[in-house]
Design a protein around this ligand. Sequence first.
Ligand SMILES: Cc1cc2nc3c(=O)[nH]c(=O)nc-3n(C[C@H](O)[C@H](O)[C@H](O)COP(=O)(O)OP(=O)(O)OC[C@H]3O[C@@H](n4cnc5c(N)ncnc54)[C@H](O)[C@@H]3O)c2cc1C
Length: 402
Amino acid sequence: MENQNHKRRQALIIGCGIAGPATALFLKRAGIDPVIYEADNQKDEYAGLFLNLARNGLRVLKELGIDDEIRQAGIPMRAMKMVSGKGKPLGNIGRTSGEPQGYTVKRGILHGVLREEALRQGIPIVFGKKLEKVDTEEKGIVTAFFEDGTSASGDFMVGCDGIHSRTRRLVIPDAPEPSYTGLISFGGFLRGANIPNEHGIQTMVFGKRAFFGYTVRNDGEVYWFGNIDYPGTPTRRDLQSISQAEWRKRIDGLYANDIPPLPEIVRATKEEIGVYPIYDMPPLPVWHNRSVVLLGDAVHATSPNAGQGASLALEDAIVLAQCVRDIPNMEQAFTKFKDLRRERVERIVHYSRSIGQRKHATNPVQVFFRDLMLPMFLKSANKDSHSWMYDYKVDWSDKVTL
Ligand SMILES: Cc1cc2nc3c(=O)[nH]c(=O)nc-3n(C[C@H](O)[C@H](O)[C@H](O)COP(=O)(O)OP(=O)(O)OC[C@H]3O[C@@H](n4cnc5c(N)ncnc54)[C@H](O)[C@@H]3O)c2cc1C
């Protein structure tokens, strides 16, 4: 849609992770000219470990016509098999047959697919532009100032700059800070080992000292991660300041007495082990200020336990673009966007955190009750196969009204 002067609107997109390029692609389809500004100096081919792209997120990629690459590069995820520290099966989440619940994919691949599609469609991506300040004083114009001394102006700005969003701190200064869940996540990739592949099944083990999950690709590559309690409020930098050799020693020790193949997977991993603190965002009542709106992790970061953060960011992208396309008044469009999304994202953040709580239990009494209760919980959770989470659909052609 074009504004009253028939001039195409310009959108400043801050951040080129998952939400940024997806939002730019949908805005372009809505007749708006986006430019993406990314703090990093270059494309990050590694960009972290891997994530589960759930089928609700994959549906958004399909709308963009770029889901096939993820299906080909990823590992189909049909069910999670939950196992106690003693090797006792506690139950499955999902179904072992039928359409996968999603695909486990290297984060760098997902970033690359979105970024390349944005570039292919002629959307400029400017690297090395770390947002420092925003000016919304002049009516109808927003100006972003970057750390390198440059600036850019547009009709509106979308903050897609992740959980520690600078945009959020600038435009909603009284927003709560991300909240540490008490857990850290670590993991890596293993090639050339002979780990049995249960095609489409992710195995999740409540290990003796720490939680562990793994899945195997058809070519034999193992993707694995672990979670453990970690004191204080560590930043990613704090965790990275500990040497790889030290992390290897600690992680080997955590799983040394666990059931196979956990110790073998950890010991045989030669590539770098990534380590991340897990934070999520407390509910945010306000998602925009004047002509600046937040989406993705910047406004509702969720812990990774439900495997939904990236998918929610993709859903946000299509819904925001629909709102801006159909509602001429910017602030009304942003308010509508929040109204359409808030209940769902808060439910998922809450649900994901509650799964994480089960990963804390390591004393024998807690473990006994968890292993007793979990099969019942899984049975009831499985009744609707989490359809409330996975079956969310957005039809681009639906018109949004106030
Ligand atoms: C360990 C871990 C495991 C996870 N597992 C899963 C999973 O299995 N499934 C799932 O769906 N989700 C998972 N997530 C969550 C998922 O990664 C996020 O929800 C998703 O990346 C959010 O996308 P985003 O675009 O909002 O933010 P990001 O992907 O964080 O992108 C933000 C971008 O903004 C840039 N940026 C930051 N500050 C500035 C600035 N000042 N100026 C300009 N640019 C800036 C950053 O460099 C980055 O490129 C996991 C997260 C973690 C930490």
